[in-house]
Each structure stands twice: as structure tokens, then as C-alpha cells.
Design a protein around this ligand. Sequence first.
Ligand SMILES: [Zn+2]
Length: 352
Amino acid sequence: MGHQSSDLTNNVVARRIRAERSEPIGERRRSVARRSNLPRTGDGFVATSWLLATTFIILGCGGFGLTATSTPTLTLEPTRTVSSSLTPFQPVPFTPTFLPTETFTPSPTFTPTSTLTPTITSTPEFIFQGPGDITVPILLYHHIGYSLKDSEFYVSPDAFESQMNYLYTRGYRTISVEQLTQAIHFGAQLPSRPILLTFDDGSETVYADALPIMQQYGFTGTAYIVYNFIGAARYMNKIQIRALYEAGWEIGSHSVSHQNLTTRPGKQEEEIVKSRQRLESYLEVPIRSFAYPFGAYDSDSLKFVKFAGYTSAMGLGDKSVQGKENIYYLYRHSITAEATLESFIQILPWKP
Ligand SMILES: [Zn+2]
């Protein structure tokens, strides 16, 4: 996929030095401040989720307790409308609303914006979809942040937040790549407006910026990791990648060294097959999906993707219909810095 092209080399050390030199203090400070609010480990996330869930339960139960004890009694001022048929107020039974994933944790910081309007699309239902072709837009991001060099692969946190808010209020709900492949092969219960959010290369901003914004909406994503980039400057380390996984994200392979596979005869087995083995053993997470660097592939790539046991692979394309024919080249819309909310909406299959 797209990148800052030539700066991505195999030489991690060189990249780290260059990146550290070029990163402005302001940006670093901002991103440190942002990160400092986040737990650094999977345990932290679990604890936070447990606390939030507990808070939710306590508040929810407390709410019902209050309504139950506020039952009108005979001490109320009698009026002509009070009759023997007056029945105590019944609290509305609690019906769990649709939770996009098991990791959804209601966040106390989430404040619905003025654009959040209760519409039919804000309460999506599960619909059995497939087997066969399924409409699922797949979005591709790289970095969520500000670029020094006006790189198109940086989407600002404000723009990203607006995009997530639009998706949420229009009833879009994230699914996993695994859910998509299951639905294509066998059919599956999916949200009525399913969407996949993917992030290539393993930028540290995925952990520091995308994750907390997406958690406000109960969204999860899929991060495609380049094995050689793990722990390099500006890229996620093992702990951060595992934190994504613990938060309900999927982790996929984006090769070992991020070369254009079609120009690497003889190296494709290592880039495709070995990357899966190395990522699984180092990160200790399942790797089931592959994303072609730069979206480039050939017949050899396809052969090794199947041989490695991947259940899907990600490419590029301005389509949102996915099926058996392209399960090893799923179409992804690249979201870049130039995207306005209007152009973002245009690529979506369901609107408003
Ligand atoms: Zn890439």
C-alpha cells in the first residue's frame, strides 16, 4: 500500500534515527500527552473495561432502583384522573441493545454530538447475509495524525473523529475480516450496515489515536503489521499491538519487509508465508489475513497466500461488494489526508 515510499527501507536503525530527527518536539509532546492517558498493557485495558462495565452496571441498576422506589403512592395529590385503576409505574425492562463486539465498553467520555439523531439507522439489526457476495465497505488508513511532509497517508484525528461519528450515527457497525470470510463462505448474521476498518503498516498512531477514538463508538479494526517495522520509531511495539488484540482487534500480516511482491521473485515465500509464522510466534496472536504491500500481487503471491493458510487477503479498489471471487483480493477504499467528509460519504454504500 501507499507509504512515504522511499523512506521505508529495511534498515530500521536508519529509519529510527531519521524519524527521531524529524519529529518535532510539539508533535512528540502532543502524542506523549495523548498516550499518557492510556494504559500501556493489555491488563490495563481489561481493568479499564471492567471498571467501565462495572460503572455502567451500577448506574444502570441504580437507575432502575430509583424508578422502582418512585412508585406513585396514595400520598400524591388526588385529582379527578386518579382512579382505582391507577397502576404503579413499571420500569421499562432492560433490553440489551446491539453490541457490535464483545469488547464494546460504554465510555463515560462519549458525548453524542448534535449530529447524533435517533433514526432507524442508529439501531442496526443483525441480518443474515451470504453466502456469496456481501456489501461491506472496507476502509484503509495508515497514520492518524499530522504529517510534517504533507503526506497523504496521515488523516488528522479531527477528520478521523468526524468520519467515525458519521459512520456510527448512520448505523454502520464494524465487523472483523473473519466475520466477512465466514459470511462469504457460509453466510452469517451481520449488522445491517457492516463496515471494516483496516490500518496498514503498524503506525504507532493506530494505538495512540485511532484506538481511543474508535472505542468511543464501540468500533474495532484490523491492523496489518510489517514484521520488520515492529518496535521501530513511530511504529507499534509488541505490547501496543497486543493491546489492540486484547481490545478486540484483529492482527494481520503486511509482509516481512514491505516490498512490492511483484518485483521480488524468489522472495514471496518469505514475505507471505514466513511473515505469518514470525508474527504469530512473536506477537502470540492468530494471523489469518494478509495485505499486499502497495496492493500489488501476481499469480505467485496468490499461490503463497493460499499455501500459508490465510483465509483472506486485502487489496485495493473502489468497490464495496466482496465475494468468493475476490476473497484473496478484497477491495479497500484508501482514506487519505485530502478526504473531506463529503468525499468520505460518497464512497459509502448506504447514506444518509
Ligand atoms: Zn503498506
